[in-house]
Design a protein around this ligand. Structure first.
Ligand SMILES: Cc1cc2nc3c(=O)[nH]c(=O)nc-3n(C[C@H](O)[C@H](O)[C@H](O)COP(=O)(O)O)c2cc1C
Length: 365
């Protein structure tokens, strides 16, 4: 089967990419004190030289306390961290690549007393770490306003430094997803209640980014059905519910939806072969990024648990892209192990792809 569809240029608004491959955001913990050093720039440069069309950075933290429980995850605020990111984007551009930071706050998944703000209260919509487990105080309306501004500020910094857009991390059970999910959002104000009301926090973040960065700055929203707190959770169990969920986000100004699922070949709803990115594109008419076990023989949670899983099929990916089901494909672990993964696939050198193994320090660069 020809790989050509993966290597067609992509254009949407001001975003122009040489091909359809995206490096998935992957937290790595190289940035002691929150500052990405020259090693981080090198790490991304290798993936650009390996042919990746768009790099999405590891999750990088907004300027609001208790955004993480690690002192090695990068910040997207403060002079030193931003100087580090400036070097990253300049290095990526010099190598001919494109890149967006993924901006992130972990909310109630942070272990209290950890990270750069050990004494700061945990941020979460209703104080829940998981359904029914209330441990913290809910965010006040004043806190929520400050959080929205912090996301907007991070996006404005990304634009100022010359990044090619910004990705908002609304997936996997972190802060924004804690608002989306009724398992962690029991608010009775405008930020809670119906599925549409639970999108309000993200809607206000998107509007804030638009008002700070203008209409043309590419804005990607990553979202997922699954949560770290519950892999089987579903925000939208039917296409009708999915449309209710997506409409306010799309109207607020998302350019591209990045639809995180664990195996790209799995249909989202019964009765159709479309995956999550396929349905999201169908409903919103906007471009989408798919992801999930591309080029791997184990899906990613099983891999960490040491289980075997289904074999991902690149022909299946190409067929879906040729059908226009989604526009871009993100590659995660395969690109950690093999920075040249994209070029090797382009040249048909499948026998030279390095297999994914559990990540160790060797894969830091
Ligand atoms: C080490 C590692 C770190 C990750 N960190 C993030 C992250 O910071 N933000 C995010 O949205 N997803 C994160 N993910 C999920 C990936 O972006 C991706 O969705 C997942 O690995 C599935 O893609 P793959 O099967 O190609 O690896 C991470 C995954 C891995 C393996």
């Amino acid at each position: 089967m020809s790989n050509d569809v993966l290597f067609k240029p992509f254009e949407h608004g001001s975003l122009k990419l040489a091909n359809r491959t995206v490096m998935a955001p992957m937290t790595r913990g190289f940035s002691l004190g929150g500052i990405p050093g020259p090693n981080v720039a090198e790490y991304y440069r290798k993936r650009v030289e390996g042919g990746t069309g768009l790099i999405i950075s590891e999750g990088t933290l907004i300027d609001y306390p208790a955004a993480t429980d690690s002192i090695t995850y990068p910040s997207f605020f403060g002079d030193d961290a931003l100087a580090g990111w400036k070097n990253v984007i300049d290095t990526v551009h010099a190598a001919g690549g494109k890149m967006m930071p993924q901006i992130w706050h972990v909310g109630s998944t942070r272990r209290p007393g950890t990270g750069p703000h050990p004494d700061a209260p945990t941020a979460s919509p209703s104080g829940l770490v998981a359904p029914g487990k209330k441990i913290f105080e809910p965010l006040t309306l004043e806190n929520i306003d400050a959080l929205i501004k912090a996301y907007g500020q991070a996006a404005a910094e990304a634009q100022r430094l010359g990044f090619d857009g910004v990705e908002v991390h609304g997936a996997h059970g972190y802060l924004i997803d804690q608002f989306f999910w009724d398992g962690t959002n029991e608010r009775s104000d405008k930020y809670g209640g119906s599925l549409v009301a639970r999108t309000q926090f993200a809607v206000e973040i998107i509007r804030e980014i638009r008002s700070r960065c203008g209409r043309d700055f590419p804005l990607v929203l990553r979202w997922s059905q699954w949560k770290l707190q519950d892999y089987t959770a579903k925000l939208a169990p039917t296409p009708e519910r999915l449309a209710q969920f997506l409409e306010p986000l799309s109207n607020a100004g998302v350019d591209i939806f990045h639809c995180s699922q664990r195996r790209f070949w799995e249909p989202e709803f019964e009765g159709s072969d479309l995956n999550l990115a396929g349905w999201t594109k169908e409903i919103t008419g906007k471009p989408t990024i798919s992801v999930g076990s591309v080029g791997l023989d184990q899906e990613f949670i099983s891999a960490f648990q040491g289980e075997g899983a289904a074999v991902a099929n690149i022909d299946n990916l190409i067929e879906r892209m040729e059908n226009g089901e989604f526009d871009l494909i993100a590659i995660g672990r395969a690109l950690l192990t093999d920075p040249d993964w994209v070029n090797k696939v382009r040249k048909g050198q499948f026998d030279q792809l390095k297999p994914f193994e559990k990540i160790d320090r060797e894969h830091l660069i």
